[in-house]
Design a binder for this molecule. Structure first.
Ligand code: CAA
Length: 295
């Protein structure tokens, strides 16, 4: 399949896909127009129904080190897809060598406590966790430091079999600063998280899967295809109910079991106020596929 990115790059000469507006071109292909010229990411819409937003981190020479301009662009692209009703799910990926080798060490080398505090260093990262739609990380190669933390900010992590995860900040005299000390123990438990954070050692994709950090591992060349299939599968459901389900699962990371169960119950009851819940159950009883309206 010729990707929209390739078609658009051919037409426009560079990565100029916009996360805000969709137009149908005179050659009948849906693509994003009037783009901000992203320098550090590539953005395209993929999948047989063109309902999957694909964001590729694109600083290959720096192993996709997560500099501020990259994160500003990533936030814009994620927010754009989140606001776009034609998009069911979002994928963030890198290249075969690196998903991302961490926050950009060269960029932050001369930061001080005072500048970090005054400027709110890494504040752009919150855009990712505020997204209402499912975000899937498709990780090939290194996912280190901020790269591992970015993957953990996503809702599901799929990995290629050569992926390597780690929190090696200890090697450079600091600690994880975008969730590594908080999210990693929630994924893998305290002892394993301590080992990873205190040694800086890397773990491979199969270990990461065994620990529960990654949900599935694929051959490198199959990873993106399988991740798109997952996004498309999610896209067969009601977007409204998908959003509520995501909120409910995420609540498990934020609260006690008792209040999490209360939250779940209120969301569950709330689905009964939606047209899509009614349609889903009616379609089941009438033995036909549901026709969800996102209402
Ligand atoms: N920041 C800036 N540049 C980086 C980088 C990073 N995190 N990781 C790699 N690069 C750059 C290298 O400096 C190098 O650039 P030059 O060619 O200009 O020298 C280029 O990418 C290729 O890297 P290597 O030559 O080192 O490649 P390698 O294959 O020999 O090693 C690696 C790969 C093991 C991933 C190694 O690059 C490495 O250890 N990177 C740093 C990993 C790290 O410490 N990440 C944590 C960052 S701190 C953080 O993320 C804080 C946080 O919690 C938010």
């Amino acid at each position: 399949m010729t990707s929209i990115g390739i078609v658009t790059r051919t037409l426009l000469g560079k990565n100029t896909l916009n996360a805000n507006r969709i137009v149908v071109s005179n050659i009948g292909i849906k693509f994003y127009s009037t783009a901000p010229a992203y320098e550090n990411i590539k953005v395209e819409v993929v999948g047989s129904k063109k309902n999957v937003g694909l964001i590729q981190l694109n600083r290959p020479k720096a192993l996709n080190a997560l500099c501020k301009p990259l994160f500003v662009e990533l936030g814009k692209a994620v927010n754009g897809f989140d606001a776009d009703n034609s998009i069911a799910a979002i994928i963030i990926t890198g290249n075969e060598k690196a998903f991302a080798a961490g926050a950009d060490i060269k960029e932050m080398q001369n930061n001080t406590y005072s500048t970090n505090t005054k400027e709110g260093f890494l504040k752009e990262w919150e855009d990712i966790s505020n997204c209402g739609k499912p975000i899937i990380a498709a990780v090939n190669g290194f996912a280190l430091g901020g790269g591992c933390e970015l993957a953990m900010l996503c809702d599901i992590i799929y990995a290629g079999e050569k992926a390597k995860f780690g929190q090696p900040e200890i090697n450079i005299g600091t600690i994880p600063g975008a969730g590594g000390t908080q999210r990693l123990p929630r994924y893998v438990g305290k002892s394993k998280a301590m080992e990873i954070v205190l040694t800086g050692n890397f773990i491979d994709a199969h270990e990461a899967e065994k620990m529960g950090l990654v949900s599935r591992v694929f051959p490198v060349e199959k990873l993106l295809e399988e991740t798109i299939k997952l996004a498309e599968r999610i896209g067969t459901h009601s977007p409204l109910i998908v959003k509520l389900a995501k909120q409910a699962v995420n609540q498990a990371f934020e609260t006690t079991l008792k209040s999490g169960l209360q939250f779940e119950k209120s969301i569950f009851y709330g689905t009964f106020a939606t047209e899509d819940r009614k349609e889903g159950m009616t379609a089941f009883i009438e033995k036909r596929p549901p026709n969800f309206k996102n209402e």
